[in-house]
Design a protein around this ligand. Structure first.
Ligand SMILES: [Ca+2]
Ligand SMILES: [Ca+2]
Ligand SMILES: [Ca+2]
Length: 371
């Protein structure tokens, strides 16, 4: 078992914090190795002492020593980033079925996960809320040839280059101090260097106060469409094109940043940073969403004027991983997931683990491992 540390460290100011860090947290947590695709997200309930891991087709629950408590299995779509809702104690994650053109927030009643092999459809653990807005942008026939080209990056279709959804996080509305927490959902964005309308991260804002009326169990062979027609807000952050958009989105109450961990982009003329921070205190500004086929106005987010700077584009960013899982614990501490393929006696598996980091604010990498 990894050593525990006392939080907060000397010199780190305590802040008003909806997710307080526990007095001691392990510096390393194992999420296990599973016959799935790679780890996509981690979220930690420091109060109850559990970690939740998205392994693409499976949700895994461990304690903070890495002992497996249970799993929710049988997902045939793509479970991406996840986040704990501190208000209802449930875990929310992005869940995609691209062939069916269906995109959900999955809601897991994680207190009831108590054994390995629970079923996402039949054990009453998971409900889902469908997001129509994502379908509209994903399926947009942008070149107007009457054909939607489907799940491919090599097309002019998909508004903003939308490939679906991945990063999710609870937090305050952009530019708001306190107020009702919102669920923010970030688009996946295909990597495509031959178009100009895919250089933004797109974030949908939902107030989930009325989501009980939409939540339904999911029958994956007959995906339902129960969900809000429109988001409560839609925002754009100019980062340059990335490879599949925001992998991990996380509100950080310590720095008051919205953190975006990405797989870096490939476009020439852009800095292609791996990590971005949006200033959570900045009011979104109405302005042009540049690069669209027709001039378009939208609510623009402000990248934090800190870290690396690309003078040609004005883009600010950092270099860090965090695209397999990133959880802000408060007080400037974080769990950051790593994943890799492993061979388990001839069975290919994906292993996930998380390490404890603290904020330093230094460029190019504003975190250091706690050892
Ligand atoms: Ca088309
Ligand atoms: Ca992902
Ligand atoms: Ca997240």
């Amino acid at each position: 078992m990894a050593a525990a540390v006392f939080l907060p460290a000397p010199g780190v100011a305590a802040t008003a914090d909806p997710k307080p860090a526990a007095p001691s947290l392990p510096t390393h947590i194992r999420g296990g190795a599973w016959p799935t695709s790679h780890v996509q997200g981690v979220t930690v309930d420091t109060r109850k002492g559990f970690a939740y891991w998205s392994f693409t087709q499976m949700l895994v629950k461990t304690d903070l020593q890495g002992n497996v408590v249970g799993t929710v299995e049988g997902l045939t779509g793509h479970l991406g980033d996840i986040d704990l809702n501190g208000q209802d104690g449930r875990v929310y994650g992005s869940l995609e079925y691209k062939a069916e053109e269906a995109f959900y927030i999955a809601v897991f009643d994680v207190d009831r996960i108590d054994r390995v092999g629970m079923d996402a459809e039949t054990d009453g653990i998971m409900t889902a809320v469908h997001l129509d807005e994502v379908v509209e942008d994903f399926t947009a026939d942008m070149d107007g040839d009457g054909v939607f080209d489907g799940d491919t990056a090599d097309t002019a279709d998909h508004r903003y280059g939308c490939s679906g959804i991945d990063g999710v996080s609870f937090g305050p509305g952009f530019g708001e101090h306190g107020g009702r927490q919102k669920l923010m959902v970030a688009y996946g964005i295909y990597s495509n260097t031959s178009r100009t309308d895919n250089d933004h991260q797109v974030v949908l804002e939902y107030d989930i106060g009325d989501w009980q009326e939409y939540e339904r169990p999911l029958t994956q062979s007959a995906p339902h469409r129960s969900g809000p027609e429109r988001p409560d807000g839609k925002y754009f952050a100019y980062t340059g094109n990335t490879t599949y958009g925001v992998q991990n989105l996380q509100y950080d109450p310590y720095t008051k940043n919205w953190i975006m961990a990405v797989y870096r982009g490939k476009k020439e003329g852009f800095p292609n940073y791996s990590f971005f921070t949006v200033d959570a205190t900045a009011e979104p500004e109405r302005g042009e969403v540049v690069g669209q086929p027709e001039p378009e106005a939208g609510k623009l987010l402000t990248l934090r004027p800190d870290g690396l700077h690309d003078p040609a584009t004005g883009i600010r960013g950092w270099e860090f991983h965090g695209n397999h899982g990133f959880e802000a614990l408060g007080r400037g501490y974080y769990y950051v997931a790593e994943g890799r393929p492993v061979d388990d006696g001839g069975v290919p598996k994906s292993e996930g683990e998380a390490y404890l980091y603290r904020w330093t604010g230094k460029a190019p990498t504003p975190f250091e491992r706690v050892r």
